[in-house]
Design a protein around this ligand. Structure first.
Ligand code: ZN
Length: 175
């Protein structure tokens, strides 16, 4: 599961106009004109049984208008690009949200290792020693958490051993 995966499914203004994200103003304008031609409500044959289709078509038309509004102005386009980048970073970085109980555990020389498989095949890994350094101590052989101070984090991002994905480990001391 990808957090905020909705954003990745949503079509961007660039998708709506079928242009690349580094498209020039002229390319965007050309994309807008082409999109308007196929999505304009007047282009639809008016039949009783196409009401639903017509509604979709109108929505599409509004999408095209909105996309053009945002992308045709260099200032609003720059803002939009920043938002797009920001939303993608979240999508790319956080692979899943887990609690310690969701992770597999192995005990080696009194050190507990918790791991969770990444989609790349490698693992997200954290040890009880590392958690201890963050002020999170574990009851022996149980995944019960004691935080030693109010400053202890309520969640920790753990990187995958191989790729750029991370999981968000939720530390809930009150459970
Ligand atoms: Zn990975």
């Amino acid at each position: 599961m990808l957090l905020m995966g909705k954003n990745s499914i949503q079509r961007t203004h660039y998708d709506v106009l079928s242009v690349r994200e580094d498209a020039s103003y002229d390319e965007i304008r050309a994309g807008y004109r082409a999109a308007i031609l196929i999505s304009h409500p007047d282009k639809l044959h008016r039949k009783v049984d196409v009401l639903d289709l017509q509604h979709k078509q109108e929505e599409k038309f509004l999408d095209v208008q909105k996309a053009w509004e945002v992308l045709s102005d260099s200032k609003s386009r720059a803002n939009y690009d920043r938002e797009l980048q920001a939303s993608r970073q979240v999508v790319e970085v956080v692979y899943d949200e887990v609690e310690l109980g969701d992770m597999a555990m192995e005990t080696l020389d009194d050190v507990q290792e918790f791991f969770y498989q990444c989609r790349c095949g490698d693992y997200f890994l954290v040890t009880s020693l590392e958690l201890g350094e963050m002020g999170i101590s574990l009851h022996e052989n149980r995944v019960e958490i004691e935080t030693s101070s109010e400053l202890s984090p309520s969640s920790v991002l753990l990187p995958c051993g191989s790729c750029s994905l991370k999981i968000c480990l939720i530390i809930d001391a009150n459970r």
